[in-house]
Design a protein around this ligand. Structure first.
Ligand SMILES: [Zn+2]
Length: 481
């Protein structure tokens, strides 16, 4: 007697499947009903009548006595079709085999056979009408939007639309910020870094960069009604020039590699001093750490460089007894703060392919504007512009791109002076990796050995010390200790 099937329908979009499941489970528990079967229909709208086979299956089940009730959260879940005969047929079929439909949110639904049927038919007819009316009114609105050439659809950040209903005009709220974002990205700044500067998610920054109307001044709008997609163009004032739009988008494309994903890992504690953990122990080759801080009496200790051994074990080897850190710090400071060699960046030093790309971008912009041209004058102007760009493209002589290390205008000494602890550590590490940088003692006095002086440890000397981020500096002969 108390066996039932749950009927759950979610059309694509907003409706929530799990909330229907929870409501039906709760109702069944409170009324001593056991759910023996669950029909789940998702991904398509009930107004297309696609659930009919499932209804027929439910009727067949009830005919065999597997359960006698179909539970829904509201009657609109059952059917929203316009064919009242088909609805009546299904409901009569359920009643005629002794089954019933139970709607949790409509207590009067199916209380008596006669009233139940009437309520059911009326409710379902209303559902069908509502579905039809909503669609038709939406479509009428969209037609007006289309005829007005108004905006419809999503906009990225810094873009909004204003104006009367059906005549909304999209516009950029902050062209300066948009230009700045395009500039930053085209210069290689990361999405998350730009996002931090503007309090945006990296994805919002990306959507803004991909929004073509930023440079074409044309938004492609579309709406699909009864399987037919309408498209129209909406004109806006462009805010960035095509070359810049192209450069920033080229950077995005170039960064679409699998190597850019998050590789996991966890943040580690900040070292208390930039030198801590950088120099190898003269005794065992482990790492030297700075022990400093205060004595129990509150006086500052003499900061000492002591062996911290290897990796996780962090046990001193005992062969190196430690040394005052201050002269060592002064020595390394001396090495870097007097180094006048240029910081170099890997840059294009010749080539004009980027100019051709900018011309191609201009061509695409003209192409997009064609579709939105309103009068003959505008059209003629576009044709002339297109001819001019085409002519320039045809006579364009490509000078192949050549990349090389070019000075950034900054010296090693300046970078050292301006850098925080992280920069200093990176610089010392770069030199260590490229040329070697070790601590030695001559007559008990500490010395920093680089290059040939450290050659025992570093046989292969590189030409460049790589600082990461495409920056480096070159080995200078006088750097050898
Ligand atoms: Zn050691």
């Amino acid at each position: 007697m108390n066996l039932a099937a749950a009927w759950i329908r979610v059309s694509t979009g907003s409706q929530d499947e799990s909330s229907q499941v929870r409501a039906i489970d709760k109702y069944a528990r409170e009324h001593g009903i056991t759910i023996v079967k669950t029909f789940r229909l998702r991904g398509y709208s009930a107004s297309e009548g696609a659930q009919e086979p499932a209804l027929r299956e439910a009727i067949a089940d009830m005919g065999r006595g597997e359960y006698d009730t179909l539970i829904v959260t509201e009657s609109s879940r059952l059917d929203r079709r316009e064919d009242l005969d088909a609805q009546a047929e299904i409901l009569l079929a359920i009643r005629s085999i002794g089954g019933d439909v139970l709607s949790i949110s409509e207590p009067t639904f199916g209380k008596s056979d006669f009233a139940g049927r009437i309520v059911t038919l009326v409710a379902q007819h209303a559902n069908a009408e509502k579905s039809k009316t909503v669609k038709a009114t939406t479509y009428r609105g969209i037609c007006m939007i289309r005829d007005n050439g108004a905006h419809h659809g999503h906009l990225p950040v810094f873009w909004e639309s204003e104006g009367k209903r059906y005549a909304k005009q999209a516009y950029c709220t902050d062209p300066q910020a948009v230009n700045d974002i395009f500039e930053r990205i085209s210069k290689g700044e990361s999405l998350s870094s730009v996002g931090r500067a503007y309090d945006l998610y990296p994805n919002s920054v990306k959507n803004l960069l991909r929004f073509g109307a930023n440079h074409t001044g044309v938004v492609e709008c579309s709406y699909t009604y009864e399987g037919v997609t309408e498209t129209w163009t909406h004109r806006v004032s462009p805010v960035v020039d095509s070359a810049l739009w192209w450069r920033a988008n080229a950077v995005l494309d170039a960064n679409k590699t699998s190597g850019r994903g998050n590789k996991g890992g966890r943040p580690v504690a900040r070292p208390s001093n930039w030198l801590s953990g950088l120099l190898p122990c003269p005794g065992c080759g482990g790492k030297l750490y700075i022990n400093g801080g205060l004595t129990p009496a509150g006086n500052p200790r003499t900061p000492m460089l002591r062996c911290g051994g290897y990796g996780k074990r962090r046990v001193s080897c005992g062969r190196f007894r430690g040394t005052d850190a201050r002269p060592v710090v002064a020595l390394i400071e001396g090495v870097f703060s007097e180094d006048r060699s240029d910081i170099l960046a890997f840059q294009r030093v010749a080539g004009n392919a980027h100019e051709r790309d900018a011309l191609n971008a201009a061509l695409r912009k003209i192409q997009a504007q064609f579709s939105a041209a309103e009068d003959d004058d505008e059209f003629d102007a576009l044709v002339a512009e297109r001819k001019a760009v085409k002519a320039r493209l045809e006579t364009f002589v490509v000078v192949p791109d050549r990349f090389d290390y070019a000075p950034t205008g900054q010296t090693v000494a300046q970078m050292w002076a301006d850098g925080d602890d992280a920069v200093k550590r990176r610089m010392v590490r770069a030199v260590q990796a490229a040329w070697g940088l070790v601590l030695g003692f001559v007559e008990g006095k500490p010395e920093i050995l680089m290059g040939s002086g450290a050659e025992d440890a570093f046989k292969d000397r590189n030409e460049f010390a790589d600082l990461g981020n495409g920056l480096c500096f070159r080995w200078e002969a006088d750097r050898a200790a």
